[in-house]
Design a protein around this ligand. Sequence first.
Ligand SMILES: [Zn+2]
Length: 57
Amino acid sequence: MPLEAGLLEILACPACHSPLREEADELICTGATECGLVYPVRDGIPVLLVDEARRPS
Ligand SMILES: [Zn+2]
């Protein structure tokens, strides 16, 4: 389910405050490589919690 238009523009990675990009049903931090956390989107709602994020494989 795509996110609401414009929503991505106001969201930021909670760990490093970098912009996010949407990919499949996840939001990927576009910041420094030492961050790069991947946040899940559940039922169309981004879960921007570091504890819920995963490291990219
Ligand atoms: Zn980040």
